[in-house]
Design a binder for this molecule. Structure first.
Ligand SMILES: *[C@@H]1O[C@H](CO)[C@@H](O)[C@H](O)[C@H]1NC(C)=O
Ligand SMILES: *[C@@H]1O[C@H](CO)[C@@H](O)[C@H](O)[C@H]1NC(C)=O
Ligand SMILES: *[C@@H]1O[C@H](CO)[C@@H](O)[C@H](O)[C@H]1NC(C)=O
Ligand SMILES: *[C@@H]1O[C@H](CO)[C@@H](O)[C@H](O)[C@H]1NC(C)=O
Ligand SMILES: *[C@@H]1O[C@H](CO)[C@@H](O)[C@H](O)[C@H]1NC(C)=O
Ligand SMILES: *[C@@H]1O[C@H](CO)[C@@H](O)[C@H](O)[C@H]1NC(C)=O
Ligand SMILES: *[C@@H]1O[C@H](CO)[C@@H](O)[C@H](O)[C@H]1NC(C)=O
Length: 382
């Protein structure tokens, strides 16, 4: 009787309490950040946007990358790529100011009045990358203006992005906002203008450029509205299926927001929609503070936790990639009264727990095996 109780207890510990407590403390909140390495195929990545909301200046990029809960930071936004001087219009800013400095003489000489010199971000991107974290730059946002009139136009834009932010060396290096040797790790396309003409060609060119080198991996991602197909007019499936990661915004779209009855159906539809081409990993895109949307989709941390747990079940770990939150700065000030964690921490722990729960996570599986072994050993002893 006693041995049985202990056995059940041990199994319980190995299956629940251990992943819930030990795993996050080992993996999700580890102090040893030097051992971190990014896993594109993970089922439990957390991506956050940074730079655009009102309180972005109260924190910084390095702080996001130092947070063990965060895997990808997406800098927002480039309003367009082919702006003044056929150079980008950069808006890495918010009401409190700019994360970058004014365009310097090299940029102005090329008529790049929308450009920015980002010396401060430059060193922080380097700091992020030394921690193994990935930094993307995002094109679009609610005020994005980039539309393409032709395939040539789209391909030119891909070239400009690649040469100013990636490994390209076909443009004057003095025009590079993050300096001559710093490259981002990925390019994100956020929602756009509602006109997706030639966006598939744009992304195909970008993919060809990233594949033209082998110095480091580059990633492509997109953040369409969950409201599809109407709300997705700017995000053609032919573009989305070329991505590595797609994080639809399950907010700001009342028929598919997190917390509505339409969410689950939409998530399932997204999962099958993306099961083609490059088969991008599907992330659940959520909003990290109550006032982050006027059209719904914010849910309290514990409800987000339940949404994540059920989403992993719905999508399955071979398709599910993790969670995207808009945005990082507010994600640290929204706290969960139940756990005391910020909503970013709750989301990350939820990802870790959900996978250990499915026992498809190698570390989770190992714990179960060790638990059973220990329990069997202990029951014999007793
Ligand atoms: C980022 O913020 C942290 C915490 O406030 C601070 O210690 C650090 O110096 C800042 N780093 C940069 C590069 O601004
Ligand atoms: C952010 O930058 C864009 C592009 O330079 C500019 O149009 C906008 O006014 C700026 N916004 C703020 C709040 O500074
Ligand atoms: C910048 O714009 C001026 C005025 O339109 C033009 O004369 C000049 O050639 C442009 N310079 C470059 C480098 O495009
Ligand atoms: C998405 O784009 C539409 C225009 O197509 C815009 O009205 C909306 O504000 C954008 N949403 C977000 C969350 O950026
Ligand atoms: C402008 O900044 C870039 C790096 O972002 C640098 O390479 C270039 O030399 C700068 N130009 C001038 C005139 O200082
Ligand atoms: C969500 O949809 C999937 C697939 O249709 C279904 O298996 C699952 O039970 C649904 N979950 C909820 C919470 O409704
Ligand atoms: C999420 O919910 C699960 C199941 O209800 C619970 O075990 C877990 O502790 C919750 N996670 C957090 C971070 O609160």
């Amino acid at each position: 009787m006693r041995a049985q109780t202990v056995l059940l207890f041990m199994l319980g510990v190995s299956n629940w309490a251990s992943p819930a407590m030990a795993l996050p403390s080992l993996l999700g909140r580890r102090d040893d950040t030097t051992s971190y390495s990014f896993t594109a195929n993970s089922h439990r990545n957390l991506a956050v946007y940074y730079g655009k909301t009102a309180i972005s200046q109260q924190t910084n990029l390095t702080t996001q990358c130092s947070d063990p809960d965060i895997d990808i930071v997406i800098l927002g936004f480039l309003l367009n790529v082919l702006g003044p001087g056929n150079l980008p219009t950069m808006a890495l800013n918010n009401t409190a100011g700019d994360l970058c400095e004014e365009p310097n003489a090299s940029m102005l000489a090329a008529n790049g009045t929308g450009m920015r010199r980002c010396a401060d971000l430059q060193s922080q991107i380097v700091a992020c990358q030394s921690l193994g974290k990935k930094v993307f730059i995002s094109l679009g946002g609610a005020k994005g203006t980039q539309t393409f009139a032709s395939q040539a136009d789209a391909e030119q834009a891909a070239n400009v992005l690649w040469n100013l932010f990636g490994s390209g060396a076909d443009m004057n290096p003095s025009l590079r906002p993050f300096g001559q040797s710093v490259t981002v790790d990925g390019f994100d396309i956020d929602n756009e203008t509602g006109d997706g003409s030639y966006y598939a060609e744009f992304v195909a060119k970008l993919r060809a450029l990233t594949n033209s080198q082998s110095a480091k991996p580059y990633f492509l991602s997109a953040s369409p509205s969950c409201y599809y197909p109407d709300g997705g007019a700017g995000s053609p499936v032919a573009m989305l299926t070329q991505m590595d990661f797609v994080w639809p915004q399950f907010y700001g779209a009342p028929s598919c927001n997190i917390g509505t009855s339409g969410f689950n159906e939409s998530l399932t539809a997204w999962s099958s929609r993306l099961d083609a081409g490059n088969k991008p990993r599907l992330y659940v895109g959520g909003v990290s503070w109550e006032d982050g949307t006027t059209t719904g989709g914010y849910v309290a941390p514990q409800e987000l936790n339940q949404t994540i747990l059920s989403s992993v079940e719905t999508v399955g770990t071979s398709r599910f990639g993790g969670v995207m939150l808009w945005d990082a700065a507010y994600g640290h000030v929204t706290t969960d009264p139940q756990t005391g964690l910020d909503i970013i921490g709750v989301a990350k722990q939820s990802l870790l727990i959900s996978l250990a729960r499915r026992q498809e996570d190698p570390a989770g599986g190992l714990k179960v095996v060790l638990g059973i072994t220990a329990a069997v050993g202990l029951s014999r002893f007793l």
